[in-house]
Design a protein around this ligand. Sequence first.
Ligand code: ZN
Ligand code: FE
Length: 255
Amino acid sequence: MTLEIVTIPCRTDNYAFLLRDQATGKVALVDVPESYPIQKALQDRGWKLDMVLLTHHHYDHVDGLPELVEEYHPQVIGAKADANRLPPLDLALNEGDTFTVGETEGHIIDVSGHTIGHIAFHFPTAKAVFTADSLMALGCGRLFEGTPEMMWASLSKLAALPVDTLVYSGHEYTASNAKFALTVEPENTALQARSADITAKRAAGIPTVPSTLKEELATNPFLRAHLPEMKTAVGMETASDVEVFAAIRKQKDDF
Ligand code: ZN
Ligand code: FE
């Protein structure tokens, strides 16, 4: 483990994450839904904040930034494509660019779809990817700005990461995502088992984030639109992968 990762529940159902590089003690934060729980998590551990990584411009991912900037003066990193509507950035990056948290290298993946310019932060040596409102535990973000083609391309990039990668998404939506997923693929036994596990975790107040990419590939309907068994399950045997993805996304919008 090259990064120690702390999950911080914020607002009603958001997550922020603190990432501490073990070698140097440098600390990065992924998203700022609000400031107080993050300040508290830092204070409790005696950590300072060196960097903030912003996934996208929605208020529930940036709202607490001013207070943290005032207190810690972190370097703020976000997507160059979205710099015009993100808070002021110290470093604006594109897909394929790399940066470091201490000695741990991070990679930018463009995951447009929920918004255009949404990025994910992938740390290969830590086997972790921070996906916010693109790939979510058993779901994916609503398409506010992008097309189904865009989101399917984004999810396909994430799906190609090593299967033992931990997926840190931005919201605790998993229980309702599970209900929907079961309507799409009621016969999926891995999904049935995961759904039961999610119910137990939520009853105990335990976050369902992160999940492994392996679990998502086996159970997340939005990662499975290309599979013959999914096309059969939704009665779209001859449709393209994107058409199937778009149909499942539309069903979820109306769920
Ligand atoms: Zn969002
Ligand atoms: Fe969000």
